[in-house]
Design a protein around this ligand. Structure first.
Ligand SMILES: Cc1cc2nc3c(=O)[nH]c(=O)nc-3n(C[C@H](O)[C@H](O)[C@H](O)COP(=O)(O)OP(=O)(O)OC[C@H]3O[C@@H](n4cnc5c(N)ncnc54)[C@H](O)[C@@H]3O)c2cc1C
Ligand SMILES: *[C@@H]1O[C@H](CO)[C@@H](O)[C@H](O)[C@H]1NC(C)=O
Ligand SMILES: *[C@@H]1O[C@H](CO)[C@@H](O)[C@H](O)[C@H]1NC(C)=O
Ligand SMILES: CC(=O)N[C@H]1CO[C@H](CO)[C@@H](O)[C@@H]1O
Length: 498
């Protein structure tokens, strides 16, 4: 079987730069063991890569090489401080991507952040922890015809990866979460707010207690019914961010069979070939939505519809296979000015709300600008190119207006600072939203390459079976939880050669 996929398994390594030396993580290619052969090569030190490298290397007879383009996150306090996001995270830990001019946003290009460091984006993100709705996962199962994707079969993985820590600093958190909804023996810390409750929290909770309120209290979002008001959980604990690398790699890198190479970018083809490593079993691509697309495109997989059709004859995914992405929900930022100003003299507190679209119908693409793997890819999020997205956002703004209309906010001046769809014409609202609405977040492709042996792709999140791309969708929540679930699930599939 090895020879069938030999071509794909030779990876070119481009050493980007040499960072400070650590005892357990290789900083240079030359430091790697002599023969440069491993059972598995995992590309990308993000959730998928960290989880899979950790789980595969549990078997001490299996050798695993994990390759990460960015630097080690060890001793980087700035990354460990929870709440340091986003402004205090230096750009040396970012890819500094910018999108192509967005047709749906008045042809503006927007910054598109991704983590360039161990842990990938989990080292630089907002840490907000939500699992999404059971219906989202059940829909994966329905679309794929694979019961393995039902929430009932996937949620046990949350128990596997979670190490629930409650609130830091002995803060009481009774009544702020459901103890039965969490795992306590896993690797990734999940916690509750370490401060508060704030005046905002108290008002929101008072409104939620009103039996007539549309916005009811929800004890724990792992009820898999994510509607309502809740105490936000985050992937942090004991005063620290719990990145994927901190949770999975730092403890396991002492294993003699797990090799982690930092500051090295993997690619298939390069004009400046530096080094090559070989996997005896499989290559697992987990370089995130952008990085994985770039590697595949640079490898000649997905250059054109024809190539794809041939290479992937057994799949139903054709021309859009590699380039399809699902854009992260655009945010309409309402925080440009204060939304709520206290009427009485209680200081300068201001609170804001944002409408976030969790079910975008718009789709984008990732393309390469050249065959040089160091060139930035062309990222087109396709934001607001589908009419549904504009309608849904408009509805979101109205929902928020109803939320702040509750008497619980009576002592505050609630002002609408984003374009108000009820105060202007349809065209004007849409125009302002497209030209002013900021957009941040992640790209989520929802696909997997089949028909290529020896190569797995941990696109996040990726149902196990081929999904026609037009059916691709992500859970209605922040993406980390779903990706941890899928990564733990994928580790089992790889380990047991399924
Ligand atoms: C600013 C920001 C805020 C966010 N906030 C939240 C939040 O609050 N809650 C939440 O749940 N989610 C949040 N997310 C999303 C979440 O962090 C990501 O969806 C999640 O981390 C998974 O990302 P990924 O695996 O697709 O890619 P990434 O995490 O970006 O991982 C890709 C990894 O592969 C590496 N890589 C890329 N190319 C190569 C190559 N050629 N060779 C070697 N290595 C390579 C990269 O350096 C990186 O480490 C946020 C994301 C961002 C960017
Ligand atoms: C992003 O920019 C910073 C600052 O210029 C730089 O240090 C870092 O290496 C850049 N990231 C990448 C992936 O090139
Ligand atoms: C926000 O506040 C500034 C300064 O007070 C003002 O000039 C601007 O018009 C306000 N923007 C909106 C959208 O209300
Ligand atoms: C108590 C609780 O809500 N935990 C749940 C987490 O999600 C699964 C699937 O819906 C439930 O079965 C658990 O009971």
């Amino acid at each position: 079987m090895k020879s069938t996929f030999a071509t794909l398994l030779s990876f070119v390594l481009l050493t980007v730069y040499v960072a400070n030396v650590s005892a357990t993580v290789y900083q240079t290619f030359d430091a790697l063991p002599q023969n440069k052969q491993f059972d598995y090569i995992v590309v990308g030190g993000n959730i998928g890569g960290s989880v899979v490298a950790s789980r595969l290397s549990e078997n001490l007879f299996t050798s695993v090489l994990l390759i990460e383009a960015g630097p080690d996150s060890k001793n980087k306090e700035l990354l460990a401080i929870p709440g340091n996001y986003p402004n205090s995270i230096p750009c040396r830990f970012h890819w500094n991507f910018t999108t192509t001019p967005q047709e749906g946003l008045g042809r503006r290009s927007i910054d598109y952040d991704r983590g360039f460091v161990f842990g990938g984006s989990t080292s630089v993100n907002g840490m907000v922890y939500t699992c999404g709705a059971a219906e989202d996962y059940d829909r994966w199962a329905k679309v794929t015809g694979d019961l393995g994707w039902t929430w009932a079969l996937l949620w046990p993985y949350t128990i596997k990866y979670e190490r629930f820590k409650g609130a830091t600093g002995n803060k009481r958190s009774v009544g702020q979460f459901n103890p039965l909804s969490h795992g306590y023996l896993g690797k990734s810390k999940v916690g509750l707010p370490w401060s508060g409750p704030t005046k905002f929290d108290n008002c929101a909770m008072a409104a939620a207690k009103d039996p007539k309120s549309e916005f009811k209290f929800n004890l724990d979002l792992n009820s898999s019914k994510p509607l309502g008001l809740t105490w936000t959980q985050s992937m942090s604990g004991e005063g620290e961010r719990s990145s994927a690398s901190k949770a999975y790699l730092t403890p396991d890198v002492r294993r003699p069979n797990l090799h982690v190479l930092a500051t090295s970018q993997a690619s298939k083809k390069d004009i400046r070939t530096v080094e090559t490593v070989t996997a005896m079993q499989e290559v697992i691509l987990s370089a995130g939505a952008i990085g994985t697309s770039q590697i595949l495109l640079n490898s000649g997989i997905g250059d054109s519809a024809e190539t794809l059709g041939r290479t992937l004859a057994t799949t139903s995914q054709r021309s859009r296979l590699v380039t399809s992405t699902q854009a992260d929900p655009p945010l309409i930022h309402l925080r440009t000015n204060a939304t709520l100003l206290p009427k009485s003299n209680i200081g300068n507190q201001m609170y804001g709300g944002a409408a976030v679209l969790m079910t975008p119908q718009s789709r984008g693409t990732v393309k390469i600008a050249s065959s040089n793997p160091f060139d930035k890819p062309l990222i087109d999020l396709g934001f607001l190119t589908h009419p549904f997205d504009i309608l849904a956002l408009k509805d979101g703004v109205r929902t928020m207006k109803r939320f702040f209309a509750h008497p619980a906010w009576a002592n505050y001046i609630a002002t609408n600072i984003s374009p108000d769809p009820d105060a202007m014409g349809e065209g004007e609202w849409e125009g302002l939203t497209r030209s002013k609405g900021a957009a941040n977040g992640a790209v989520y492709p929802n696909l997997k390459v089949k028909g290529l042996k020896g190569l797995r792709i941990l696109f996040s999140p990726t149902p196990r079976m081929t999904v026609p791309t037009d059916e691709s969708f992500v859970p209605t929540g922040h993406s980390m939880a779903a990706i941890y679930i899928l990564s733990e699930c994928a580790s089992g599939l790889i380990k047991w050669r399924l």
